[in-house]
Design a binder for this molecule. Structure first.
Ligand code: SF4
Length: 339
């Protein structure tokens, strides 16, 4: 584990921008790199995701809470921004902090894990609000908690809200796959009652799909828990068609559905990692030609000021005449679809 810039400098030769990164008050996301990720830092696509840079300090555009979670929260840990789903912030800890993290306002802020009272309060709220059909267990990363704490939390939620789907949101399968041992899977199995779990992973580059990581995801699949992947579109990581196609194909081959390709949120400190929406749309159009519907993630942006998610896609319907809708095929040809 690496948690300071001097130590990091012993592992890799730091650039001037990396050396000049500074803790920056509220905007600071700590430096923390797991042993698993430390072994992969020679890959530039991994390095840029975990090694901090002065560019984070220079960003004056974004905000710390681009999704307006704070004002749509029942408590400091339960966000209820969408009518039918909520997010419970289990802990602020992760095994490694991603420099593009959209929840900088909370992640790594040393608030620690949710206590039993907070869990019971959240479970009570979810039970009372019957419109909530799905809850994201997120943070931070639930799997940084000891097995006994995960057991306690899942058993409370399952007892109080048996018909709610819980999404287990984790980057730990990519950053600390060794965490996923048989004892942990026994805890999950024990709490597999009522509505199903869904595993939500974040793999951003094919190099992250190591043998260990795929084994960790495989443990969930063996329990019958479906896996969906959310990728963040990041400059210097995956802003090229070939990388995203390879990632999608590899995910599919390992029974992980590519679900979202997120436009980077307008989070302060992450501007240097964001790809323009024009380029994102171009990538979306090009990879759609190469991937099946099964392999194609939805390119999505979270709109500022809590505007919610919108799907970004090339518009194939380009007009209408007296007898037909006019479409442009992905190859650029025109087709008329009768009214
Ligand atoms: S694992 Fe998730 S919550 Fe943690 S730093 Fe990365 S993006 Fe943020």
């Amino acid at each position: 584990m690496i948690n300071n810039i001097e130590e990091l400098g012993k592992h890799i030769k730091l650039t001037d921008d990396e050396k000049a990164w500074k803790e920056d008050g509220e905007n600071t996301l700590p430096l923390l790199i797991s042993d698993h990720i430390a072994k992969m830092l020679s890959n530039p696509a991994i390095r840029v995701q975990f090694v901090p840079s002065r560019k984070e300090n220079e960003d004056t555009v974004g905000t710390l809470d681009p999704q307006c979670e704070k004002e749509n929260s029942h408590s400091s840990r339960l966000v209820h921004r969408y009518h039918n789903r909520a997010a419970f912030l289990v802990t602020d800890r992760c095994f490694a902090y991603c420099r593009h993290c959209f929840r900088r306002r909370f992640t790594g802020k040393l608030t620690g894990e949710a206590g039993e009272e907070e869990i019971r309060d959240a479970a009570g709220y979810i039970k009372e609000h019957r419109e909530i059909k799905e809850v994201l267990l997120t943070g931070g990363d639930i799997f940084t908690l000891p097995d006994s704490h995960i057991d306690r939390m899942l058993s409370i939620f399952k007892a109080e809200c048996p018909s709610v789907i819980f999404r287990l949101c984790t980057r730990a399968v990519a950053t600390a796959p060794q965490r996923f041992d048989s004892a942990l899977f026994s805890v999950i199995k024990k709490n597999q009652t009522g509505a199903p779990y869904y595993l939500m992973t974040q793999f951003n580059h094919p190099a992250e799909l190591t043998e260990e990581s795929l084994k960790a995801v495989g443990g969930f699949l063996e329990l019958g828990i479906p896996a969906f992947n959310q990728t963040v579109l990041l400059k210097g990581v995956n802003d090229d068609e070939g990388t995203l196609i390879e990632l999608s194909e590899k995910l599919l081959m390992n029974r992980i559905k590519p679900y979202y390709l997120f436009q980077g949120d307008l989070v302060k400190g992450t501007r240097h990692l964001r790809v323009s929406i024009e380029r994102g749309l171009e990538i979306e159009k090009n990879i759609r030609r190469e991937l099946s519907g099964l392999g194609m993630p939805q390119y999505t942006a979270d709109l500022p000021e809590g505007g919610g998610k919108v799907i970004l896609t090339h518009d194939y319907l380009i007009g209408k005449d007296s007898s037909s809708y006019i479409f442009q095929t992905p190859e650029g040809e025109i087709r008329h679809y009768p009214l």
